[in-house]
Design a binder for this molecule. Sequence first.
Ligand code: GUN
Length: 284
Amino acid sequence: MSQLINGKQISQQIRDELKEEVRRLKEEGKNACLAVVQVGNDPASTVYVNNKKKACAYIGIESRSYELPEDIKEDELVALVEDLNADAAVNGILVQLPLPAHINEDRIIRTISPDKDVDGFHPVSVGRLWIGEKGFLSCTPAGIIQLLKRSGIEIEGKECVVVGRSNIVGKPMAALLLRENGTVTVAHSRTADLKAVTKRADILIVAIGKKRFITSEYIKEGAVVIDVGMHRDENNHLCGDVDFDDVKPHTSAITPVPGGVGPMTIAMLMDNCVETMRTQEERS
Ligand code: GUN
């Protein structure tokens, strides 16, 4: 029998733990405020941003919204981020991606102070992750580690294969699995014999952005399969990068889409926000 990894339930558990922790930290005089910056009004981004603000309200931290016009100049956005860096009342800064094509995303990410980089996208955060220093973790990969740990799945010593090498998921995922003492392989679109590589995996993490790409032919019997993909199929139903019905019987545990990895990203963003409180000096 394959275990269904319930991301919705685990993310709720984390939010409830954080809510209680925030209550205690506030008693010590600590506070957190997340600045959420959205440029333009892409409907998908608006949904994500609203969910992030709701999550802040749920765990008891403040959020501030900055809704900027689509045609804002790059320099103006940089100036806003610099103001937020300098604002002692703001502990975390999140600039929702993607940004409009005329804005250099990389410049914006680098402008956010690494001390307020709750997305974990700044090169300093990435560097800290790779050398094992404390810092903000990229939220989706950090959420996947929580899914595995809280489902009783051991990472240490396991063959872990990550399919996909994006800066947001694949690369930080590899770093985190390595930190947990997994043996890590990163496969990607140029991998010569992808099936041969994925069939080695005790833990297979799929983030390739191709609808139902991974079928049972890619799976070692009894593997744990984590699906980061999110697509709409021909019938307008949500599905992942993994062909769930085909793959599930061959796994020991698997995440569904929706309700697997998705809900974990915001839970871990909240954890990064609470981290800004944990590290604050106690006020007398
Ligand atoms: N757009 C899609 N996912 C994310 C995310 O995790 N953070 C930000 N800032 N933008 C995103």
